[in-house]
Ligand binder design. Structure first.
Ligand code: NAG
Ligand code: NAG
Ligand code: NAG
Ligand code: NAG
Ligand code: NAG
Ligand code: NAG
Ligand code: NAG
Ligand code: NAG
Length: 265
């Protein structure tokens, strides 16, 4: 009976240990539905579509049109037939395409510039949540700043610094404020707000710390048991294990169940 309960205790402990391990060691790519800043979690998945803004500039010879295409959640749609030079690379999240149409031409606007600004690749995003009081300007007290990157333009690394104004009545269009120093500044009023995950979390971590200590204690018991058996009885192999709580069947069962557990996660 004792063996049985130790077996289950170890199973539960392993489950928690694996869960905690996955939680803190994973370096995840940017996930717009799960942005963590301290204890806050933001789900911006309602922004998962293509947004665009065109900035028109009249010049002496024609019109320059810079279109910013934005989807922070998934790569923008990619049209292979347009050719590499005429559209953003496959996998781009934010890019800018500039066309020029001269006043005395009837043809299509000419593509004169393509910038990949954000590619959800190996850039480690930076997120900052602040409760700066901006009530007067934006009717909100909370902002979320997200800095993304991964794109390159003329061999210079590009970044986008997006400031979200949270808790608006609807998701508005993003507003491209500026592009300077290889950084695109975007302000975006959105509906989403953060969820504070800290409630309930504290008691859970205390509980896991408690179980973790028991787990360490059990490991210590194994190690001391092995050392004791080695020195006292000069045992080898399976006989090294403390017999009172652990036997072959328990261990084999344990590994089988742990493997099954890992595969299920
Ligand atoms: C984010 O919100 C969407 C619906 O708006 C929901 O389907 C999705 O499961 C949420 N994702 C997370 C990670 O909470
Ligand atoms: C701009 O976004 C709309 C959807 O909001 C999309 O239908 C359109 O194709 C986009 N325009 C460009 C130039 O990508
Ligand atoms: C600017 O370019 C975009 C994308 O090609 C296009 O949808 C939009 O109509 C253009 N605007 C003007 C004023 O030409
Ligand atoms: C891709 O671009 C070509 C050339 O402009 C156009 O004819 C075609 O319709 C586009 N395909 C899609 C799926 O948008
Ligand atoms: C793309 O542009 C580069 C240089 O700007 C040129 O060498 C290359 O031939 C172009 N490729 C296509 C498919 O137009
Ligand atoms: C701010 O909120 C008030 C009431 O909640 C509303 O009347 C006003 O139009 C809002 N201002 C802006 C800029 O959204
Ligand atoms: C983003 O831009 C704002 C100004 O619009 C600046 O205050 C802030 O420090 C920038 N954030 C990052 C992470 O660079
Ligand atoms: C430009 O950006 C770099 C880092 O991205 C920063 O060190 C530098 O101070 C910025 N320069 C200006 C003028 O903002």
């Amino acid at each position: 009976m004792r063996t049985f309960s130790v077996f289950w205790l170890v199973r539960i402990l392993m489950f928690i240990a694996v869960g905690q391990l996955l939680d803190c060691t994973a370096i995840e790519p940017f996930d717009c539905s799960n942005i963590k800043v301290g204890k806050m979690i933001f789900n911006l998945s309602t922004l998962n579509r293509e947004w665009n803004q065109s900035i028109i500039e009249k010049q002496s010879k024609g019109v320059m049109n810079t279109t910013y295409r934005i989807n922070i959640c998934e790569p923008l749609s990619y049209n292979e037939t347009l050719g590499k030079n005429n559209t953003c690379e496959d996998g781009t999240n934010i890019c800018a395409i500039t066309t020029f149409k001269s006043y005395d031409s009837d043809g299509d606007p000419m593509i004169i510039d393509v910038k990949q600004i954000v590619k959800n690749s190996n850039f480690q995003p930076i997120s900052i949540f602040s409760e700066v009081n901006r009530e007067i300007l934006f009717n909100t007290t909370e902002t979320l700043e997200v800095k993304l990157g991964g794109g390159e333009y003329l061999d210079e690394k590009q970044k986008a610094n997006i400031t979200f104004f949270l808790g608006q009545p609807v998701d508005l269009d993003p507003d491209v404020v500026d592009y300077k120093n290889n950084t695109l500044l975007i302000e975006w009023k959105i509906r989403a707000t953060g969820n504070d995950e800290s409630q309930g979390d504290g008691s859970w971590s205390l509980f896991s710390i408690f179980l973790f200590l028991i787990f360490i204690g059990f490991l210590g018991y194994l190690v001391i048991g092995v050392a004791y058996n080695y020195h006292t009885y000069n045992s080898h192999g399976w006989d090294l294990l403390p017999h009172r709580f652990v036997n072959k069947i328990t261990l084999i069962g344990w590994f089988v169940f742990e493997t099954e557990l890992l595969l299920n996660i």
